[in-house]
Ligand binder design. Structure first.
Ligand code: SF4
Length: 324
């Protein structure tokens, strides 16, 4: 018999700095139900850093950036994985766990980068640049990964590019990530013109205004931001690298030029740091809610499936990355 779920009340202590009591009252029923369903179904929830704090801190079993989620997805010992994130992340979890049930709570949780390129685009690039290896950001569909030589994340892109031992690579689909990595390596990088609709909106003028309004603030920018934004920042790195920076440097005041929930989630772990919060919401990440995570577990929806032939080739590109 399954033990009664713990009350969600104690979890409020984790998030009280960022969730007012009146909002919490709308969450606690779903949290109790999700905790019980996870036990009944032997399920784990993987949550990206851009998920809201009540998901990230109260129901998730594994949290992190795309690279961490991909790595940890390989070690999951559960029958069911619920991916609290966007569709390409759920596909990556499925690629690495083909025998497990992988669910995404909302099929509409897409990504402007993943939508910017197709498998056919890659085949055309191969004709245009014969022999040039293709490095594909994980923010892509399984079909696109299947046409690629190796995947990368914002956390390991430079290492992946340099691991290939060639003078020139194609890196797609994020033009700004490609340009930001090109500034750090001697490898020539051919970019695609995809952009993250969240990070492309930040500007150097935003940073200058922040420095004027909040003297001494440390500015951290995600490498999906335009290069001129990264150039104005004090540090640039993946969401995991930004989080590590805050823990290591303990700036008195910090601003993270990235998705809004990231600041909330990092702020909970660092109450001594003053977080300034101009941020941009990712509408795709925000489609995931406690209510649809609960429905996913109750109704076994939405199943993530990948054509086996596509999956085999896409998995190779992801595993090559993970081997670095
Ligand atoms: S934040 Fe940008 S890259 Fe991440 S899922 Fe949203 S649109 Fe895609």
């Amino acid at each position: 018999m399954t033990a009664a779920p713990p009350s969600a009340a104690y979890l409020y202590e984790r998030v009280r700095r960022v969730i007012p009591p009146i909002e919490w009252s709308a969450f606690s029923d779903d949290i109790d139900a999700i905790l019980a369903l996870k036990r009944e179904r032997n399920a784990v929830i993987l949550a990206h850093n851009y998920q809201t704090p009540e998901i990230f801190h109260c129901v998730a079993d594994i949290v992190g950036d795309s690279l961490a989620l991909a790595r940890k997805a390989m070690e999951v010992d559960a029958d069911v994985i619920v991916l609290a994130g966007v569709h390409f992340m759920a596909e990556t979890a499925k690629l690495l766990n083909p025998q497990k049930t992988v669910l995404i709570p909302d099929l509409g949780a897409g990504c402007s980068l993943a939508d910017s390129i197709t498998a056919e685009d890659i085949r055309l690039l191969r004709q245009r640049y014969p022999g040039v290896p293709i490095v594909t950001y994980v923010n892509t569909s399984a079909e696109v990964k299947a046409e690629s030589d190796i995947c990368c994340t914002s956390g390991n892109a430079k290492a992946v590019v340099e691991s290939l031992g060639v003078a020139r690579v194609i890196m797609l689909p994020d033009e700004y990530l490609a340009q930001n990595i090109a500034a750090q390596t001697d490898v020539e990088i051919i970019a695609w013109q995809g952009h993250c609709e969240v990070h492309e909106r930040f500007t150097p003028a935003d940073i200058r205004q922040l420095r004027e309004d909040h003297p001494g603030v440390s500015v951290l920018a995600h490498p999906e931001c335009p290069p001129e934004v990264v150039a104005e920042a004090d540090f640039s790195g993946s969401t995991a690298a930004m989080s590590d920076y805050v823990g290591r440097e303990k700036p008195a005041r910090v601003v993270l030029m990235t998705e809004c929930s990231m600041s909330d989630n990092v702020a909970i772990a660092h109450p001594e740091v003053d977080f300034i919060r101009p941020c941009n919401l990712c509408p795709h990440m925000k489609r995931i809610t406690l209510a649809n995570i609960r429905a996913a577990l109750e109704q076994n929806r939405h199943l993530v499936t990948i054509d086996p032939q596509v999956a085999d080739r896409a998995r190779r590109a992801v595993e090559r990355m993970l081997a670095i």
